[in-house]
Ligand binder design. Structure first.
Ligand SMILES: [Zn+2]
Length: 383
């Protein structure tokens, strides 16, 4: 059974949202919900090749000129539209110092790159992949998460495609939310390999996060939307290993997962140095302070720093789940259900991750990845 969304319904939803947007008395939050949902429904029509049969209003033209949010599977994901990249994340000097240390820990001694990882073809049908992902969420052992996952896996919001969608060539999976009709859609580009299976499982977790608490992008720190998905990515790779999939392919998944953060860390440090040099000169760069960084670097570079922290938080959560499933899952759910206050430095000690622990984990993650990648012995990594 292949799931397809109802194009007619989506066209109707789009029309409804457009008519609501014409109302000039809507609040800022309502407007954000409407605009995002409009983008989603337009994207779904694009993906269904139905866009040409729809009449584009000026509002959509305006939105389409900006890029949509693409799930950030790829390296150095390019920065997206203002709508997704608002610069209202709270950052002060203390926070910059902390984030920069994380970047340094992650990038220590790394000379790897995952750009050439190619996956072998495997004979798994879409139905097989759906079943495996469902069994993973079953295995995770939380009913609420399982119910949300099944809503996507067995519903009409998931679509496999053979070729990638124009504009999203690098993205293996795409997740699009409709805040008006409370739906979270996934599009998976099927390249018939283990990476596709992981992408499916990853996108499904985005929908779980959405159904747990449909926070708007402006309510979230940039990058932090990947915390629940990265967390389960780690666990899913181990799960596939337990199921007995090819070791070599499993190792490729691990390499891709771990080198992503390290490469991003290296790139971010390089960008910071370049931007500080440009703004304040070489001397300032050599004795760089948090103040220099704050005054010199672009919003995009700041966002990269935040994404690095989110990767470390996810790594921490997956360790918690491995050590004590109940506590770990409960912390993951607590994270999904809360909207972080954006007027102070985000604090994760209530889910068992103090700044000190995150710094430690970032060193461990750097070392762990090196060990995993360069170890002769391709066995299970120790955690
Ligand atoms: Zn994602």
């Amino acid at each position: 059974m292949v799931h397809k969304w109802n194009v007619k319904q989506i066209r109707e939803n789009k029309r409804y949202i457009e008519s609501r947007l014409k109302n000039h008395h809507i609040s800022g939050e309502e407007k954000e919900k409407l605009r995002l949902s409009l983008i989603t429904n337009v994207s779904l029509l694009c993906a269904s090749d139905s866009l040409f049969h729809t009449k584009l209003g000026y509002a959509i033209n305006d939105l389409l000129s900006k890029k949509f949010s693409v799930c950030r599977e790829r390296k150095y994901a390019q920065m997206e539209s203002d709508m997704f990249l608002k610069s209202n994340d709270y950052i002060d000097e203390e926070y910059i110092n902390f984030l920069f240390k994380i970047a340094q820990n992650l990038s220590a001694d790394v000379n790897s790159s995952d750009s050439d990882i190619e996956f072998s073809k495997i004979s798994l049908s879409e139905e097989d992949m759906i079943k495996i992902s469902e069994s993973f969420y079953q295995h995770l052992g939380d009913n609420e998460i399982l119910t949300h996952a099944k809503k996507t896996l067995n519903g009409d919001t998931l679509q496999f495609q053979e070729s990638s969608i124009t504009g999203y060539e690098d993205a293996k999976g795409l997740n699009l939310g409709d805040w008006v009709f409370n739906k979270s859609y996934c599009i998976i580009t099927n390249s018939h390999d283990l990476y596709t299976l992981q992408a499916l499982n990853h996108e499904v977790m985005h929908t779980v996060d959405f159904y747990e608490c449909d926070k708007l992008p402006s309510e979230k720190y940039y990058g932090f939307q990947e915390i629940p998905t990265y967390t389960i990515d780690y666990l899913f790779i181990d799960y596939l290993d337990e199921l007995g999939f090819d070791n070599v392919e499993i190792q490729k998944l691990r390499d891709k997962k771990f080198t992503y953060l390290q490469d991003l860390a290296k790139l971010t440090i390089l960008k910071i140095k370049t931007e500080v040099t440009k703004a304040k000169g070489l001397k300032a760069m050599k004795n760089m302070t948090a103040k220099d960084i704050m005054e010199s670097v672009s919003v995009e570079t700041m966002k990269h720093l935040l994404e690095l922290e989110s990767g470390v938080i996810a790594y921490g959560l997956q360790s918690q789940i491995k050590n004590n499933k109940e506590i770990g899952i409960s912390n993951l759910k607590q994270f999904m259900k809360q909207a972080l206050s954006k007027d102070k430095k985000p604090d994760f000690s209530d889910i068992g991750l103090t700044d000190e622990m995150l710094l430690e984990l970032s060193s461990e993650l750097g070392a762990y990845s090196r060990e995993t990648i360069y170890s002769e012995n391709i066995g299970k990594p120790k955690l």
